[in-house]
Design a protein around this ligand. Structure first.
Ligand SMILES: [Zn+2]
Length: 58
């Protein structure tokens, strides 16, 4: 995975399982500190992640 901002390959990837069962990947670039989320291959932002968490039944 390359950073979409600076194209560095020095990117951390962390997987999260959301309460609705979907899996998202959190990426963080060491070089430019860009952070982003990916769900099913689609880039989403943090507010969308939080919305999934908020809308999930407990
Ligand atoms: Zn970067």
């Amino acid at each position: 995975m390359d950073c979409p901002q600076c194209h560095a390959q020095d990117v951390i990837e962390i997987r999260h399982r959301l309460p609705d069962g979907s899996e998202v990947h959190f990426f963080s670039c060491h070089k430019c500190e860009e952070k982003w989320w990916d769900r099913d291959g689609t880039q989403i932002d943090l507010s969308q992640v939080l919305e999934i968490v908020r809308n999930s039944p407990r």
